[in-house]
Structure formats: C-alpha cells, structure tokens
Design a protein around this ligand. Structure first.
Ligand code: S3P
Length: 446
C-alpha cells in the first residue's frame, strides 16, 4: 500500500543530533479542538493546531456540516460553531483520508443529529474495524450500514443515519480505546439525559478535559478498582474557547529515541505535552536508562507540558508492563527500534490493539526490524527483541510503510543507526501527523 505518487526516502548513519526543536501540535487535541469549537455558539480561537492531513480532514468535515473555519496564521485558526444539535447535512460523502480518530469521533457526533453522513477513507483506514463504534452508537439509536470488511469486521465506506433525540446509554468499553469512549461521549452531547462510559482501563482523557473546558456538564468518578465512570449531561450548550494546543508527545517520541540512540546527541524538545495518560514512553525509556530531563514543567491549555532534554544513552532491555500500554499505545513502533539497539532483551505483551492501527504494527515492525538485522520474535500480543547493545544495525533494506506514518518515521530513525542506509518506500503518510519531520531531523544533523 502506497500513495498514488509515492515518495521514497533513504536514511543513513547519522552524525550526532544537537540543538533545540519544537514539534507540531498534538493530533488528538487538535481534532477535539476543531470538533468542540464547531459545536460551540460563537468564535473559538485555536493556536498550535497540528496542520497535518488527519486534522485537516476533521476541519473539512466540520465545515461540510456547517461550521465556519478559517486559518489566520501558522497553526492559528478561528472557528465559528453551529451549536450542539445544529450540525447540517453534508452534501457529499466525508473523506476521512487516513484518519481513524476523525472517523470514529465524527461518527459519534453524527449519531445523535438528524442527518445522514457517508464516511470514506484510504486503503489503510478502509481496512480498520468500525464495529467498536457501531455497537454503542446503534444502541443509542443510530442506523449504521457498513461494508462487511475482512473476517466480518465492519469497515468503511459506511453510512450513519443519526437519531435525534437519541437514547442515552451507559456503556462499558470492551477494549481500551479513547476513540470509542470519545465517540459515545460526543454522541451524548446531543442526547437527552446522562450518557455514561465505563472505562476499566484509563485511556487518554483529552475529550473529558476539553468538554469540561467548553462548559459541558461532565463528571468522572474513579472506583476503588480504578474503573472510571464518565458521565456527560446531554443537550449541552458549549461556550467558545481560546485553546493553546501543546506539542504532540507521540511526535516527540521519534526525536527522543533518535537522540538516545545516535552517539554524541544532545537535543532539547520544547513544549511536549505530558498528560499522564500519554506519557508512558518517557517513563519506560527512563527505566531503560535513557537520559531524559524534564525542564520548565508547566501547564498549557489545561494540559501538563515540559521541555525535554535528551542525551545519548546506553539503553538496557526491560520487560514492559502491559498496564502502561494505553499511555503509550502509539509509541510502541519507535520503542521497538530503541529496544533493537539496547543491551539485552526487551519483552512487550498486551498489545493486541496494535494489530488494528494504521497497519498491523506488530507484524510490520517485526518484519521490518528483521530485514535490517535486528533480532526479533513476534508473539500474539507483543514483540520480544534482543538488542544489539548499541552497535549499529545492518540496515540495507527497503521498508514498506503500509500507509502508516508511525512505521515510516520509526524506520527513518532506525536508518540513523544502521551501517547501510534504510529506504522507506513512501514517506508521504508522515504528513498525516508530522509534516515537518524530515526538516526537523535535517536541522538537528547540523
Ligand atoms: C486516539 C486514540 C488512540 C490512538 C490514536 C488517537 C485519540 O486510538 O491510537 O492515534 O485521539 O483518541 P484508540 O483509542 O483506538 O486506542
């Protein structure tokens, strides 16, 4: 799977990475900022918005459903919302491109509005399971027809016929998914009464934080066993906000690992979001011996943020506790690269969800790492990696990115610590989440 016009790139053994960079805005927060602003009555202002293809797909969709959305400068956007309950019927199908977050969250919004919307996407997104949102949204009264998909998974293209008023639901998440949680909460915004999501394992809580920020009546109660009960009162009135989007820890991850692995490196990454539901990678890398210092810890837009100083380190393999998975779910591909250069064995488990991301990230990472000389074994729900102890990998292979931005960036970083160059067959998908990835890398190489 590549774009119609693939952009192959080669990454070679790197000189030390040095300097200071700021990474683009958080993708999860950017999606939510556009969606909630589009539902508030009045003008919201967002700065630091990620201008990647995924977020632009959300912007286009909210425009198609009635919001006025205007770019006023780099990362600066003004949004005039329509009000909860007033989304308009789009004239055409909404093309979600590669973006699972746009698709699943917008399906939630549409489910409780009296409109019918068709969702389409690229080859990667069209293979991803949508049954996980179809189930709860159907219980709320939406009528959803999806394509059958492989092995009976329900996939795009699909059509959502919303119901207003929808039926409030109390829903226990069958898997750790912030997208499913958010889809139900967003559907609850225009549903009379209380909609509740029960979350046995905490996942990223940006929706909860931002819904509260916009004035929704939302409560979170954590039981003795750690189960979270999130309740939102429907027929909400959202008030416009000014939002500053912090830098994306999932994008910072590639440069954190690059600086740890490339000998002689000393890099400061400014303004990294460190919400505890997202910061698992930093903890795991520190436990592996990574020299990562948090500087100037502060709060930006209701989210904890710090600058990270990262210096080259000799990493040690570890057993990664599966309980941290939700807080670093998008960071496993780059953690696997770090493990491939560490001393000793790294064992990861509990990662079934990685098989249904933009690609099957367990299979694709295992195959790619083996192709560049790493010692890796794939299990049903994780990888076992015996690291090189800091020696460069062999490299010298072409990696298929499978339309998965994080696979492309992970192997780009692997190329920096490989004897022979690593070629990525198509770097175009990186523009979904991190358009200036290559420019920042070149800047650090001096
Ligand atoms: C996201 C949630 C995660 C993550 C995705 C973004 C979000 O997916 O992998 O990149 O913004 O809610 P799941 O909730 O499906 O685990």
């Amino acid at each position: 799977m590549t774009h119609p016009h693939p952009t192959p790139r080669r990454f070679s053994l790197s000189p030390p990475l040095t300097g200071r960079i700021a990474i683009p805005g958080d993708k999860s927060i950017s999606h939510r900022a556009l969606m909630l602003s589009a539902l508030a009555v009045g003008t919201s202002r967002v700065t630091g918005l990620l201008e990647g293809h995924d977020v632009l797909a959300t912007a286009a969709a909210m425009r198609a459903m009635g919001a006025s959305i205007e770019r006023t400068g780099e990362g600066a956007w003004n949004i005039d919302g329509v009000g909860v309950g007033s989304l308009l019927q789009p004239r055409e199908a909404l093309d979600m491109g590669n973006s699972g977050t746009s698709t699943r969250l917008l399906m939630g919004l549409v489910a409780s509005h009296p409109i019918t919307v068709t969702f389409t996407g690229d080859a990667s997104l069209s293979g991803r399971p949508m049954g996980r949102v179809i189930d709860p949204l159907s219980q709320m009264g939406a009528d959803i027809s999806a394509s059958p998909g492989a092995k009976g998974t329900q996939t795009l293209p699909l059509m959502v016929r919303g119901l207003a008023p929808a039926i409030p639901l109390a829903y226990r998440l069958p898997m750790a998914s912030a997208q499913v949680k958010s889809a139900v909460l967003l559907a609850g915004l225009n549903t009379p009464g209380i909609t509740e999501v029960v979350e046995p394992v905490p996942t990223r809580d940006h929706s909860e934080r931002m819904l509260r920020g916009f004035g929704a009546d939302l409560s979170v109660e954590t039981g003795a066993d750690g189960t979270r009960h999130i309740r939102v009162r429907g027929e909400a009135e959202l008030r416009p906000q000014t939002i500053v989007v912090p830098g994306d820890p999932s994008s910072a991850a590639f440069f954190i690992v690059a600086a740890l692995l490339v000998p002689g490196s000393d890099v400061t990454i400014a303004n990294v979001g460190l919400n505890p539901t997202r910061a698992g990678l930093v903890e795991v890398l520190q436990a592996m011996g990574g020299d990562i210092t948090l500087l100037d810890a502060r709060e930006v837009g209701g989210e904890p943020v710090a600058d990270l100083r990262v210096r080259h380190s000799v990493l040690k393999g570890i057993e990664v506790d599966p309980a941290v998975a939700p807080s670093m779910i998008d960071e496993y591909p780059i953690l696997f690269v770090a493990a491939a250069l560490a001393e000793g064995r790294t064992v990861t488990t509990g990662l079934d969800e990685l098989r249904v991301k933009e690609s099957d990230r367990l299979a694709v990472m295992a195959a790619g790492l083996a192709a560049i000389g790493a010692r890796v074994e794939e299990s049903e729900d994780g990888l076992i990696i015996d690291g090189s102890g800091g020696d460069p990998l062999a490299g010298g292979a072409t990696i298929a990115g499978h339309l998965d931005h994080r696979i492309c960036m992970s192997f780009a970083i692997a190329g920096l610590v490989s004897k022979a160059p690593v070629t990525i067959d198509d770097m175009a998908p990186v523009a979904t989440s991190f358009p200036n990835f290559e420019a920042l890398l070149e800047g650090l190489q001096g």
